[in-house]
Design a protein around this ligand. Structure first.
Ligand SMILES: C[S@@+](CC[C@H](N)C(=O)[O-])C[C@H]1O[C@@H](n2cnc3c(N)ncnc32)[C@H](O)[C@@H]1O
Length: 347
């Protein structure tokens, strides 16, 4: 795992804590209020340094969570493909990729970003932390891209724009597409358009949808949308920074999707049911009630399930209390009631 102190020591230029706070507040204004010139922060070295100090280390863990949700054979194929990190910024997900697959040989990584400052910060991080890896830095995509490839957009889809992102997907023609974006309703609406695009172009969804051929059941809910929530405790220095700028990074809503070209058959046990955790509803002394998204007669539906604590060990209860929303649950059905299903977790 990459230590926060290692990242902070490599940031250029060095900022004092008060400069960091000032620049992070400015960055936050640019992301949320002054959205007209969305890429202005990428041309200012202090804002790039502030982004690298805060958003890079808090976004990076999302990659590990996502990879852990995939089956081992998929992870292996992703590690064997060329990793294209589009809108790489300071290298957030290239670092996460090299760190996650640190035992794999011959990893190939290319970062693409229109900001020279972002790329030079990324180069500092990657060449210091992974000096032996084959990494390239480009300001635009080359005309021809060959071989097996994984294309990742990390918090960049919004800035790039939907139409341009689709052109990039067409040009790269990835074997795997990974999107990791903020967990907002606005992101959900264009990710849902992308979901339909990927379905129509022969891709299978590996995360989060258990059936890409069904419409997303969240689209019929007015004030809800499909997103995960990562629950994390960060390094104390990062926790302090997040308190100073009043940004909660312990509960991080995110929207992530993973697609694979062609069809896909899960290896998981056919004797059990699967669902995606959508929301915690209740944690009483008897058990947990949660909402899940599951596949029923080929349609995705949102259902309420109940897990009884008497069926769980102490460790399982603790683990479940801290589980991220968006995790896959595998279970056997114990009893069906009118408005909920009682289940027992398989693992
Ligand atoms: C919010 S940052 C995300 C950085 C990193 N992927 C992460 O998740 O932390 C978005 C990045 O996308 C880059 N970007 C925006 N539009 C782009 C485009 N059309 N081509 C290449 N990079 C672009 C910006 O320069 C910026 O570095």
């Amino acid at each position: 795992m990459i230590e926060i102190s290692t990242i902070w020591n490599l940031i250029c230029p060095r900022l004092t804590e008060s400069e960091l706070v000032k620049n992070l507040n400015e960055l936050s204004m640019q992301f949320t209020v002054r959205r007209g010139d969305l890429d202005r922060y990428t041309q200012d070295e202090k804002l790039v340094a502030a982004y690298s100090a805060f958003y890079l280390p808090t976004n990076m863990p999302k990659f590990k969570f996502l990879m852990d949700q995939l089956e081992p054979k998929i992870r292996e194929q992703i590690s064997q493909s060329h990793f294209w990190d589009f809108g790489s910024g300071p290298g957030t997900f290239s670092l996460a990729y090299l760190d996650y697959f640190s035992r794999a040989d011959d990893l190939k990584v290319t970062l693409v970003d229109s900001s020279k400052l972002m790329l030079s910060q990324a180069r500092l991080f990657l060449s210091s932390l992974f000096p032996k890896r084959m990494v390239k830095y480009l300001d635009k995509l080359p005309k021809e891209i060959q071989g097996k490839k994984t294309l990742l957009f990390g918090h960049s889809f919004n800035e790039i724009g939907y139409q341009r992102a689709i052109e990039i997907i067409r040009q790269v023609d990835p074997d795997y597409l990974i999107m990791i974006e903020p967990g907002t309703k606005e992101v959900f609406s264009y990710i849902n358009d992308l979901r339909i695009y990927m379905r129509e172009h022969g891709y299978a969804c590996l995360y989060p949808c258990l059936n890409l051929h069904s419409d997303c059941p969240m689209t019929s809910r007015l004030s809800d949308w499909c997103h995960g929530v990562m629950r994390m405790v960060h390094d104390p220095d990062l926790e302090r920074l997040s308190q100073l700028i009043k940004k909660d990074r312990r509960n991080m809503p995110f929207i992530a999707h993973v697609y694979q070209k062609g069809s896909w058959q899960s290896d998981s046990d056919k004797g059990t049911e699967q669902a995606r955790l959508v929301r915690f509803l209740n944690n009483s002394k008897f058990g947990f009630e949660v909402e899940v998204c599951l596949c029923k007669e080929n349609d995705l539906v949102i259902e309420k399930i109940q897990l009884l604590k008497k069926d769980m060990t102490k460790e399982e209860i603790k683990k479940f209390e801290n589980i991220n929303v968006g995790s896959k649950l595998t279970f056997t059905v114990i009893k069906k009631f009118d408005d909920f299903i009682r289940v027992k977790l398989s693992c």
